[in-house]
Design a protein around this ligand. Structure first.
Ligand code: FAD
Ligand code: AMP
Length: 478
């Protein structure tokens, strides 16, 4: 007799594993199918995020920043540390240990919550059945009242730079370099390209970023993108905009990368190339021909705002569906779907998903940019506060960037919070909490903020919206 569950989840990334735990917590019998194996050939839960995404990249960003600070910035504090060296293998080893701890943690959470963990490849069949192909090749059909597809995404390959995981790598390969490349090319100035480029630049690589678009960070507020480009360039990243990669040639341990820009055809020789041109949804062998689940024109599983697919009782969440490709978006979709399966009326607020780029300075935002709001014809008031005027930022020797708060000119309701600078991700979360409750700039201005904190920059920016900042000259008069 085949196994039967209330909920079967395919994929144990931050979408799938969170959905599975929540389902079990709500009393539903739940199984989660995952096929990913670590280097030792063992099942590793956690998906892209824990294994080769958010977590390992942040581990390397933190290690490389400590190195960079020790080498270049400790002197300001009167600290001399002599010749600062980086043991790259040790840094990569630390990263792998963190990954192991967290993926093992998900396995423990499955056990603790009573989620049945099934190893293998899951395929949706017609009639709410899932075929599980186990690592030994045998198959089993599992039945479920509800199925959640959470198969995630993988890096996009481009024909001009085929990944060989030695000289030309994708984001996964860029987390495994065993030595600092002397000349590193990053194709694509998106979030992943900038984060990984920063890691290796801090450790001494000469990094060139080739970006096809003329505009830098088009999703960010223009003031933030301008400041970011200036700062990254000062840090040594050679960011070439309007530079489309058209070909590459591997010559032994080097790669000649060809690209076109306004001046015509160019080529540069590098030691390593990271291809970071985006990610695409994973639907390979996921859906039987008669499963009934529709895919949209870009390869994403088609869902409505509640993550329902074209088949009742079959849902899809995370990177495999439309929207921002972010771990927290995947997880919250997982929670929403499971609560709705239980009969709750949960909805997700897609307008308030924060975006973060974990460079230094960090970049983060929530809500709309000034440019989008103006294009929509919304009249706004804007308040900004530079970290250069923050006592806490000065104490930390980290004064680059600013906080920008955008509010509706008529109602004062906060419509966007944009930060470039220390602690940007945490500050933007404060904005997100306020915005979820419909805060006005005045509300934030009236709150008591601890002194001295970086958060005071948010307070002052909110005050500046209506000309009331205390620690800078106000552009707007009251
Ligand atoms: P995934 O995490 O991709 O998980 C899907 C899982 O499904 C995988 O484990 C896969 O093996 C499994 N699977 C697929 N098909 C099947 C099948 N048929 N049967 C069984 N198993 C299957 N996001 C952030 O929010 N913050 C960050 O800082 C951040 N940093 C990133 C850095 C890098 C380098 C990368 C690559 C990504 C980063 N992301 C970050 C994005 C984040 O990793 C993804 O948005 C997130 O992992 C999506 O979660 P998911 O559950 O939809 O899919
Ligand atoms: P993201 O989708 O945010 O991860 O960013 C990927 C970036 O890669 C985008 O800004 C694309 O414009 C850029 N890109 C895609 N193809 C190429 C190419 N052939 N050469 C240079 N940049 C590219």
């Amino acid at each position: 007799m085949s196994q039967k569950f209330d909920v079967v989840v395919i994929g144990a990334g931050p979408g799938g594993y969170v959905a599975a735990i929540k389902a079990a917590q709500l009393g539903l019998t739940t199984a989660c199918i995952e096929k990913y194996q670590d280097k030792e050939g063992k099942l590793a839960l956690g998906g892209t995020c824990l294994n080769v995404g958010c977590i390992p990249s942040k581990a390397l960003l933190d290690s490389s920043w400590k190195f960079y600070e020790a080498k270049n910035q400790f002197g300001v504090h009167g600290i001399s540390v002599g010749d600062v060296k980086m043991d790259v293998a040790a840094m990569i080893g630390r990263k792998s240990q963190i990954v192991k701890g967290l993926t093992g943690g998900v396995a423990s959470l499955f056990k603790a919550n009573g989620v049945t963990s099934l190893q293998g490849h899951g395929k949706l069949l017609a009639g709410k059945k899932v075929e599980l192909t186990k690592p030994d090749g045998t198959t089993e059909v599992i039945e479920a009242d509800n199925i959640i597809l959470a198969s995630g995404s993988r890096p996009i390959d481009i024909p001009p730079a085929p990944v060989n995981q030695v000289t030309i790598v994708d984001s996964t390969g860029a987390l495994e370099f065993q030595a600092v490349p002397e000349r590193l090319c990053v194709i694509g100035a998106g979030v992943i390209g900038l984060e990984l480029g920063s890691v290796w630049a801090r450790l001494g690589a000469k990094v060139t970023v080739l970006e096809a678009l003329e505009k830098f960070l088009p999703a960010a507020d223009e003031a933030v993108a301008k400041e970011a480009l200036k700062t990254f360039t000062k840090q040594g990243l050679d960011i070439k905009l309007g530079a489309r990669v058209t070909g590459s040639e591997v010559k032994g341990d080097e790669v000649v990368v060809k690209y076109t820009d306004n001046a015509g055809e160019q080529n540069i020789t590098f030691d390593r190339v990271i291809v970071a041109v985006g990610r695409r949804p994973v639907t390979t062998e996921l859906l039987a021909a008669d499963s009934g689940v529709d895919i949209d024109e870009r390869g994403f599983i088609f869902v409505n705002d509640q993550c329902e697919t074209s088949v009742p009782g079959v849902f899809a969440i995370g990177d495999v569906v439309r929207g921002l490709m972010l771990a927290h978006k995947a997880s919250e979709e997982g929670i929403m779907v499971v609560e709705r399966i239980k009969g709750h009326k949960t909805q997700m607020n897609y307008d308030l998903i924060p975006s973060v780029i974990y460079t230094h300075p960090e970049i983060a935002w929530v809500g709309k940019t000034e440019q989008t709001l103006k294009a929509e014809g919304v009249e706004v008031n804007v308040g900004s506060f530079p970290f250069a005027a923050s006592g806490r930022a000065m104490a930390a020797n980290d004064t680059g960037g600013f906080v920008k708060v955008i509010a509706d000119a008529k109602t004062d309701r906060v419509l966007g919070v944009h930060v470039i600078g220390p602690g940007a991700a945490e500050l933007v979360q404060q904005g997100a909490i306020g915005m979820e409750f419909g805060t006005s700039a005045e509300d934030i201005g009236m709150m008591v903020f601890s002194h001295p904190t970086l958060s005071e920059a948010l307070h002052e920016a909110a005050l500046a919206v209506n000309g009331g900042a205390i620690h800078i000259q106000n552009k707007k008069k009251r």
